[in-house]
Design a binder for this molecule. Sequence first.
Ligand SMILES: [Ca+2]
Ligand SMILES: [Ca+2]
Length: 135
Amino acid sequence: MSVEVLDGATILDFVADEEAFTVSIRNHFTHLDTDHDGLLSYAEMLKELQSLRVLETHFGIDVKRDPEELAHVYDSLFVQFDHDSNGTVDLEEFKAESRQMLVAMANGIGFLPVQMVLEEGSLLKKATEWASTKV
Ligand SMILES: [Ca+2]
Ligand SMILES: [Ca+2]
């Protein structure tokens, strides 16, 4: 974990850099795909879903600690990724949904830089690393 300063524009620039974004997504996908079958199962996605939930908490969305409620939150997040509802998330689905979530996050942050605690290897962390190479 590290604390980074991030603004919405940085995230949008990162997402708009098709080449860098695709490489980051592919690396992230490969990292999550622990059995290397080219698809992300619910179990493989769980860690990512948990980190997304941390971000939601950051934006003040209602924090639910009840395990059943949490499972429900993860289920609904997974369904958002699994566009064709076949129970797994492929690279294209992962990329499309990650892009949408990052854009939504960027809009949520706005143009004033905010401090965020980022996990090593998370997409937002990759966005800040990408931005630092641009300076
Ligand atoms: Ca897999
Ligand atoms: Ca799918």
